[in-house]
Design a protein around this ligand. Structure first.
Ligand code: HEM
Length: 128
């Protein structure tokens, strides 16, 4: 019990897959996010499953295939404004609700994602 990773605690591969699917179906419809994402989110979702798996302490799937995440650098081609960071996090909260991810493990994951999302901001607010 004591040594379980957050990945195991939230339900492993199955929960990560459900969460990521629920998340990108919201991203695809969100007016602040849809313009900067590809129309086909299959590959994006595949990479995000790999990334979140290792972020949660599971196997290092993302790094095995793509190398060091360098997440802020990989986001530089996109204008990540404070509004978009808030939108990303709201899609994630709704996805967590949809898949029934609750409790301490959810709260801890969400708090880390808030910090990571803030770190991705690379563009001040502007009129689109
Ligand atoms: C890729 C937007 C935050 C993890 C992307 C892409 C966009 C994007 C547009 C490229 C999608 C593609 O071309 O396939 C955003 C926005 C964020 C945000 C607006 C708001 C703050 C985050 C956070 C994480 C994250 C917090 C980590 C938990 C990733 C990963 C990829 C990605 C792993 C794939 C990188 C790759 O191409 O290998 N994001 N992102 N993003 N994002 Fe974010």
């Amino acid at each position: 019990e004591q040594w379980k990773t957050p990945y195991e605690l939230i339900g492993g591969e199955e929960m990560v897959a459900k969460l990521v699917e629920a998340f990108y179906s919201r991203v695809a419809k969100h007016p602040d996010l849809q313009p900067i994402f590809p129309d086909d989110l299959t590959e994006t979702a595949r990479k995000q499953k790999q990334f979140l798996t290792q972020y949660l302490g599971g196997p290092p799937l993302y790094t095995e295939e793509h190398g060091h995440p360098m997440l802020r650098a990989r986001h530089l081609p996109f204008e990540i404004t404070p509004t978009r960071a808030k939108a990303w996090l709201s899609c994630m909260r709704e996805a967590m609700d949809e898949v029934g991810l609750a409790g301490k493990a959810r709260d801890e994951l969400y708090q880390r994602l808030v910090l990571t999302a803030q770190h991705m901001i690379n563009t001040p607010e502007h009129d689109r």
